[in-house]
Design a binder for this molecule. Structure first.
Ligand SMILES: Nc1ncnc2c1ncn2[C@@H]1O[C@H](COP(=O)(O)OP(=O)(O)O)[C@@H](O)[C@H]1O
Ligand SMILES: [Mg+2]
Length: 241
């Protein structure tokens, strides 16, 4: 178990341990945070459900030709992944306007965008992860110029693949956040996690929310919603247990 591993980093939702020279063990915690950790919560089994959702989605994305950090999932509370140097950008894709961007432009949540929108936020807790333009990201050396279109391409590919899968699970993929990093050879890999903590998922028929907004907005049934996402994805993919 993780006891013998060296802890490299403890974040808000996960712990990163050294596995081997180029691999890490990513442990999923039960904690839940929102609004840059000003709101704290947790529920029992959250780490495991999020870990299971990530495993299922990353295996699916690999099958769709997306290169990810996922290597294996032998332990129930985490995964073994390729160690990457994370590009400090939160890459957000929006299909439907909600959350901060809807608020910023005073547009009611739920407006369907004609084309998916990719946005970058500078991953920096002290600054509250501010929006950063493409030019700012390059000028401030957060990324190199050629990486900008590569990141957008990865984000849009992940979006198209996930939209199809979530549709089979009767969920609309409203928006999501990913992180990308470079492995030791400089290859860009989808890293971190994709879970209801970093997606907005609305029921296709009822528009009911099945994501972290239930916690942010005190809507209740947080645990049940995360578990329902996993169950629907397993059904959509025909996973038998
Ligand atoms: N494969 C990886 N290699 C190195 N770092 C990673 C990898 N996947 C994710 N990370 C980083 O590990 C941390 C994950 O922990 P998390 O609790 O989500 O952190 P945070 O509080 O910064 O969101 C993040 O900083 C993320 O960028
Ligand atoms: Mg995180």
């Amino acid at each position: 178990m993780s006891l013998k591993r060296e802890l490299l980093y403890e974040g808000k939702a996960k712990k990163i341990y050294r596995e081997t020279s180029e691999k890490v063990f990513v442990e999923y915690k039960d904690s839940l945070t929102a609004f840059n950790a000003q709101k704290l919560g947790s529920f029992e089994g959250k780490g495991i459900v999020n870990r299971n959702i990530t495993v299922l989605l990353y295996k699916y994305l690999e099958g769709q030709g997306v290169k990810t950090h996922f290597i294996s999932a032998e332990e129930p509370n985490g995964i073994v992944a390729t160690e990457v140097k994370i590009i400090p950008l939160e890459i957000v894709v929006r299909n439907i306007l909600a959350g901060s961007t809807a608020k910023k432009f005073n547009i009611e949540e739920g407006r369907i965008l004609e084309r998916p929108l990719v946005e970058f936020y500078f991953k920096n807790d002290e600054l509250g992860d501010p929006f950063i333009s493409d030019d700012q990201a390059v000028a401030l050396k957060v990324v190199s110029g050629p990486e900008i279109p590569q990141l957008k391409e990865i984000a849009l590919k992940v979006n198209s693949a996930l939209r199809v899968l979530f549709a089979k699970a009767n969920l609309q993929l409203v928006d999501f956040k990913i992180e990308v990093g470079a492995d030791s050879k400089g290859q860009l890999l989808l890293a971190d996690e994709i879970t209801p903590d970093c997606c907005r998922l609305w029921d296709v028929r009822t528009q009911e929310k099945f994501d972290k907004d239930r916690f942010r907005r005190d809507l209740g049934r947080v645990k049940e919603s995360y578990e329902e996402v996993l169950k629907r994805l397993e059904n959509a993919l025909g996973v038998t247990k």
